[in-house]
Design a protein around this ligand. Structure first.
Ligand code: G3P
Length: 216
């Protein structure tokens, strides 16, 4: 499973990129606002840190506006992936951009039918929002399961990018279901490295090593 980080914070992206485990980055207008940075400037910086796709979201709601903004965004770097909302205009834009060889991430997906439409529109990635689905009384993981089944039924190449991930269990279950990618906040990804028994084990080994009086 590919790991993307869902943030526009440069320090966190650098930190995770240094592990060699980071396959891409996703941003959205809320994350850009949170970073306090200029959208185009920070996107350019992120694209220079990671080789994989960096999702940058359009703001317009109409097809013409989305195409105009995509034109600006895709000039930033070769690894920019245009993020569009799952609306009729968003999918029209997706079809136009992907036919032209541009990577598109269709975001704000909350139903398997929406995911089917995105695949038909040639989306490179579909982003079902697990956490927000859970928050509203639905099972976000069931959504991932349904999309996996439908995409496999028709051999769609659109990658399932599980988004709005809130904790390690979401990551684990997405991996079991077979999501192609997951995007999570830096804290959730860093949390995956942690286990109390790993820490205790290190503590025990170091204590015993000290008793040997040896140096390496
Ligand atoms: O970037 C899209 C998605 O991951 C947002 O997550 O936590 O705002 O629901 P969240």
């Amino acid at each position: 499973m590919k790991f993307f980080v869902d943030t526009a914070e440069i320090a966190d992206i650098k930190d995770l990129a240094a592990t060699g485990l980071l396959d891409g980055v996703t941003t959205n207008p809320s994350l850009i606002a949170k970073s306090g940075r200029d959208f185009l400037e920070v996107t350019k910086e992120i694209c220079a840190i990671v080789d994989g796709p960096v999702s940058a979201e359009v703001i317009s709601l109409d097809h013409e506006g989305m195409m105009r903004e995509a034109e600006i965004l895709r000039k930033i770097a070769d690894n920019v992936c245009i993020k569009v909302p799952l609306t009729i205009d968003g999918l029209k834009t997706c079809k136009a951009l992907t036919s032209d060889g541009t990577k598109v991430n269709v975001t704000l997906c909350f139903s398997a039918n929406q995911a089917l439409l995105a695949a038909k529109a040639g989306a490179s990635f579909i982003s079902p929002f697990i956490g927000r689905h859970d928050d509203n009384g639905f099972d976000g993981l069931d959504l991932i399961r349904d999309i996996r089944l439908i995409y496999d039924n028709y051999a769609y190449e659109t990658e399932i990018l599980a988004a709005s991930i809130r904790h390690g269990v979401h990551v684990l279950e997405c991996a079991k279901i077979g999501a192609d990618v997951m995007t999570a906040p830096p804290a959730v990804i860093k949390g995956l490295f942690k286990h109390i028994l790993t820490d205790k084990g290190i503590e025990g080994f170091l204590a015993d090593w000290a008793k040997t009086g040896q140096k390496l």
